[in-house]
Design a protein around this ligand. Structure first.
Ligand SMILES: [Zn+2]
Length: 617
């Protein structure tokens, strides 16, 4: 019987006139759901979950789609759609096909929970494999032979399961759980491309619930045509994708919370007419919906699915989702999980940082006759070297970086200090700050002979000014019992906020001033490493027990350029030299030195009666 069924199936494929069946038609004709893998048992009906139709039909024999990306919430039936594709391939359009999961373990449980019910309970597939063979097939984890093709089941952490295999269709499920680099093949996307390159009419599918922005699935999604399922408003008919919305926008999911915590009045507000849409409108909306691409010119299909589209009875209701959302506000981890698994959106870290490469684009050629401003040096002392940044300060702390030097040598010894002294003589700074966190004795000795150089110490902690105020310093030193050296305290926290804020300022117009702006010259010292160090801090926001917490994170180990800037600014503030007075004096000296002869009086236009009189008339 089973052997006969097998022969008949082979015969059917050989002689039957090819009506070009799509995957969804095949599923409607043949797929039987057992109670095991679905809340509904019996015949599969694509109309029950309309959003899956087009996704499945990308895999049909007549489809021109070669690549498809599905970024989705969990439990929306996409896995069942994949199983339909496998049944279709085995029964109707035989070809080699591979399903790949992140690990061998996840592959094995996927096989038992998702695939075995198809092999055992959908008659078209069960008969195809034959009685005895279907039991073998059910027992074999890595491949299933069927007439005209083979199904490989692979795990990302096991090269044996995918190496050397060539298939027409490859489906990578749970993409964001794969390692970025995989075996000797490089990245997972290259691997998938390699497996299918022998087949011109191949199809590659990347499916996943997203994790983070710029994660594997998000990067594929960004390159796709980005389809969202648009549904008609039952009131005004406007087609629109269902979006969560949130408190800041007018449309999307809205609800009220009673004093006892109960959530009531959950509805969806139409983007177009503002009318309220209730959950019972959903079936007619889904039936009237369509996938609309944001970038129709792109070849790769991208489908985004959130749990807002779950058909009634097949997934969470809108009320379930609002309850989940409300509970998820507790902390960043729960909020992120909700956004990933229910909204199907990648989590974007909220925070502030500066792109160091963008700073390379604003290097300037300083004019040769730049005014002499107040020159400060920021000195950072490490075990094996001293780093110095030279900055000229103008009015409003507008700053012109001049140079960044590195003096090599063991700072416990004398050599680097002698070299530093020579360098500073050449630079003739007006003021400066030096870090005393390392080899403090040498630092103090060096600064003692240079009264313009302030010995500083970086401190942690928030809510402080960059440099400790005179009052705070006096109070602190009064309490201090031991006499002698005491560094000026410089707040790391304040410095991180300040540099981020200042690096974001717009460049001043030519001839204008821009308080706080940082200028960088076209000099070799100002390279990508310098800017990476200068921007090595990132402000991150987290939710802890429903409160938003902001904190700075250092994103790389070396940040000397940032420390040097910090001490140069601290030195400038401590010296209290007024750049305006300095500029005025410089201008006067210049004018005297130039000794420009005045033009002859006869050529000067004069108003009769003088200016004041002329103005009055
Ligand atoms: Zn409407």
């Amino acid at each position: 019987m089973s052997h006969l069924a097998h022969c008949l199936s082979v015969l059917r494929h050989a002689v039957a006139p090819r009506r070009a069946l799509t995957v969804s038609q095949w599923a409607d004709d043949h797929r039987i759901l057992s109670g095991k893998q679905s809340s509904e048992r019996g015949r599969w009906r694509t109309a029950r979950n309309e959003i899956l139709r087009e996704i499945m039909d990308c895999f049909s024999v007549n489809s021109r789609v070669r690549e498809i990306v599905v970024m989705k919430s969990s439990q929306v039936g996409v896995t069942e759609a994949v199983v339909n594709v496998l049944g279709y391939t085995m029964d109707y359009a035989p070809a080699p096909i591979m399903v790949m999961l992140p690990t061998i373990d996840s592959r094995d449980s996927w096989k038992v929970q998702k695939l075995n019910p198809l092999l055992q309970e959908t008659p078209a597939v069960r008969d195809l494999l034959g009685g005895v063979k279907s039991r073998d097939a059910a027992n074999r984890q890595d491949l299933i032979d069927f007439p005209g093709g083979v199904l490989f089941l692979a795990g990302g952490n096991s090269p044996n399961s995918y190496a050397q295999k060539s298939v027409r269709t490859i489906i990578l499920d749970d993409l964001d759980r794969f390692p970025e680099e995989i075996g000797e093949e490089g990245d997972i996307i290259t691997l998938a491309e390699g497996r299918t390159k022998a087949f011109p009419r191949h199809i590659r599918a990347y499916i996943s619930t997203p994790t983070v922005k710029e994660g594997l699935i998000d990067r594929q999604w960004q390159k796709s045509d980005q389809r969202r399922f648009h549904v008609p408003c039952p009131h005004c008919g406007e087609l629109q994708p269902l979006e969560w919305g949130g408190p800041d926008v007018a449309h999307g999911i809205k609800y009220a919370v009673l004093p006892n915590g109960e959530i009531v009045n959950v509805r969806y507000v139409c983007r177009e007419c503002g009318a309220e849409i209730l959950e019972h409108h959903k079936p007619q909306m889904l039936a009237g919906g369509a996938w609309i691409a944001q970038h129709p010119e792109r070849a790769t299909r991208g489908y985004h699915i959130s749990a807002l589209y779950a058909p009634i009875g097949l997934g969470p209701s809108w009320l379930d989702l609002v309850r989940g959302w409300h509970a998820a506000q507790e902390n960043t981890a729960t909020l992120r999980a909700f956004i990933n698994t229910n909204l199907g959106e990648p989590w974007e870290e909220r925070g502030e940082s500066i792109d160091p490469l963008a700073l390379l684009n604003r290097l300037e050629l300083y004019p040769e006759d730049s005014p002499r401003r107040v020159r400060s040096v920021g000195i950072d002392v490490q075990k094996d070297r001293i780093e110095v940044t030279v900055i000229d300060f103008g009015i409003g702390e507008e700053a012109w970086f001049v140079d960044h030097l590195i003096v090599q040598g063991d700072t416990a010894g004398q050599d680097p200090w002698d070299e530093l002294a020579t360098e500073l003589d050449d630079l003739s700074p007006d003021c400066g700050g030096i870090d005393s966190g390392y080899n403090t004795d040498q630092v103090v000795a060096f600064a003692r002979r240079r009264p313009w150089l302030f010995v500083c110490k970086g401190i942690e902690g928030r809510g402080k000014t960059l440099v400790e105020s005179d009052e705070d310093r006096k109070r602190r030193l009064r309490k201090k019992r031991k006499k002698g050296f005491s560094p000026f305290l410089v707040s790391d926290e304040a410095a991180k906020s300040l540099i981020t804020q200042r690096l974001k300022l717009d460049a001043p117009a030519i001839g204008q001033n821009q308080a706080g702006y940082l200028h960088f010259p076209q000099e070799a010292a100002f390279d990508d490493e310098f800017f990476a160090q200068l921007t090595s801090n990132r402000l991150e926001e987290k939710t802890v027990r429903r409160r938003l917490v902001r904190e700075w994170k250092q994103t790389r180990v070396r940040n000397e350029a940032f420390d040097c800037w910090k001490y140069a600014l601290a030195g400038f503030r401590l010296a209290k030299i007024d750049p305006a007075a300095r500029e005025k004096r410089e201008a006067m000296i210049k004018a005297t030195a130039m000794d420009v002869p005045l033009p002859p009086a006869i050529n000067r236009p004069r108003r009769p009666g003088g200016f004041v009189k002329g103005w009055k008339t």
